[in-house]
Design a protein around this ligand. Structure first.
Ligand code: GDP
Ligand code: IMO
Ligand code: MG
Length: 428
């Protein structure tokens, strides 16, 4: 059962891309199973810095087949531009496969994402405005248009007309926007077909053929556990299921095909956009984490909100994803701090203590973190290659995380480049 999932354990941008890239050596296939170009996965390797939105992070390896699974929502213009960007850097994209069952992001989805956010005013979610929510909403109400629909002009035209009848009504009458022209969208989307057609495939069949040959398949999560539509901090979430279980529906495999589930955790926490964040920081530590960690959105450029590591969330992520292990990133960012805090529990206004994430939104919004303080190590660690060469305080910090999370840390990263990874004794 050679399936591995990489999943974010926080609110995204934990460094999933760099760990997907790292594990590719042993993989035959890398599959994106949900989300869309709201993701930004950074890989620094082979002299390239890549910020990938839709193309799976296995693209740098010639022996890997990158697959965009049925659970992803695809803006074809973005996908083509990303392939062009990669080809421009000399990276071959001809192996890329795109599920015919993936849903398309249409221009009205992007427009609706923008106007509904404006409409929400101070209650806005802070979405990436990429049309993700409206596209998944159409999928759920069964009026979505799929990649395969592009292949038949009659079907595409009929589905587009039907969708626009409703969308134009909403855009014009509710949001006072100009209606969109079916003919323009039709011509533009059909023109993408020349580039997309060679990629379109029965990806479920391809994934199973690979698994049946006993070759390794990596399922690359986008977003993260606490942005999950069902398990995250609803409504401040994305509209898909990033949790490990989402790999089953978004790629078309059963749970028994997955035997390794790696949760990626930043050594602190960040969040972009609105929503509750118990360990949110507003002091000088916050600026230090943002400056040293380069905590600005990979695609949107927005400043990420930083906070101390939250072990309550981490434990919950272990449960929700059946994590077998953790990969810890950005340990190097903490170097100058003389003391480090880890949130080990929450307390509500009445002093009630929570060792788990409270299900009720009103409680979570108001809880205060209970911290354990650990000493910092006060030295740069970007050159360290072996766990035993990390300063004792850094090793203790990692050990504390393992003990609080209840699963081993198998990798630590000490810088953004491929080589700046410490493989832990447990994984070696
Ligand atoms: P993803 O969305 O989970 O793939 O993460 P992003 O790529 O959006 O954000 C992670 C950012 O942190 C990127 O800019 C990475 O280059 C950077 N990064 C990843 N690991 C490390 C690390 O160990 N140390 C430092 N300093 N930066 C890292
Ligand atoms: P990666 O894969 C961080 C956040 C947005 C917003 C919320 C909903 O790079 O970790 P959406 O556009 O999805 O409807 O926005 O989710 N968000 C992310 N935050 N990393 C991401 O992806 C994100 N994708 C969406 O900021 O709060
Ligand atoms: Mg990202």
């Amino acid at each position: 059962m050679p399936g591995t999932v990489i999943v974010g354990t926080q609110w995204g941008d934990e460094g999933k891309g760099r760990f997907t890239d790292l594990l590719c050596e042993d993989m035959s296939m890398v599959v994106r199973y949900q989300g869309g170009h709201n993701a930004g996965h950074t890989i620094i390797a082979d002299g390239h810095t890549l910020a990938l939105q839709l193309v799976p992070s296995g693209i740098l390896y010639r022996h890997v087949t990158p697959v965009i699974g049925n659970g992803v929502v695809v803006d074809p213009a973005v996908l083509i531009a990303e392939c062009d960007m990669l080809e421009g850097k000399g990276i071959d994209t001809s192996r890329l496969k795109l599920s015919g069952n993936a849903h398309l992001i249409m221009p009205y989805h992007q427009e609706l994402d923008k106007v509904t956010e404006r409409f929400l005013g101070k209650n806005k979610l802070g979405t990436t405005k990429r049309g993700i929510g409206p596209s998944y909403a159409d999928k759920a109400t069964r009026v979505g248009i799929r990649v395969q629909d592009l292949l038949d002009e009659k079907i595409f035209s009929a589905k587009l007309d039907l969708a626009l009848r409703e969308k134009n009504g909403v855009l014009a009458k509710v949001y006072n926007r100009l209606p969109m022209k079916a003919s323009e969208i039709f011509t533009r989307y059909r023109s993408y077909l020349e580039r997309l057609e060679p990629m379109i495939a029965d990806t479920v069949e391809l994934i199973h053929e690979t698994l049946e040959r006993n070759e390794n398949v990596l399922f690359e999560g986008a977003q993260a556990t606490f942005l999950d539509l069902d398990q995250g901090t609803y409504p401040y979430v994305t509209s898909s299921n990033p949790v490990a279980g989402g790999a089953c529906t978004g790629a078309g495999v059963g749970p028994r095909h997955i035997n390794r589930i790696i949760g990626v955790a930043k050594a602190y926490v960040t969040r972009v956009g609105s929503g509750p964040f118990p360990t949110d920081l507003f002091d000088e530590v916050s600026d230090l984490l943002v400056d040293r960690g380069g905590e600005y959105g990979t695609n949107t450029g927005r400043r990420r909100r930083p906070g101390w590591l939250d072990a309550v969330m981490l434990r919950h992520a272990v449960r929700l994803n059946s994590l077998t292990e953790l990969a810890l990133t950005k340990l190097d960012v903490l170097a100058p701090l003389t003391e480090l805090k880890i949130c080990v529990a929450y307390e509500d206004e009445s002093g009630r203590r929570y060792d788990h994430v409270p299900y009720h939104q009103s409680v979570l919004h108001k809880v205060k973190p209970v911290y354990e303080t650990l000493p910092g190590w006060g030295a740069e660690i970007g050159e360290v290659a072996r766990f035993e060469d990390l300063p004792a305080a850094a090793r203790d910090y990692v050990a504390a995380i393992e003990s609080l999370a209840g699963v081993p840390v198998t990798f630590c990263s000490v810088g953004p480049a491929r080589g700046q990874t410490v493989v832990m004794p447990a994984a070696a």
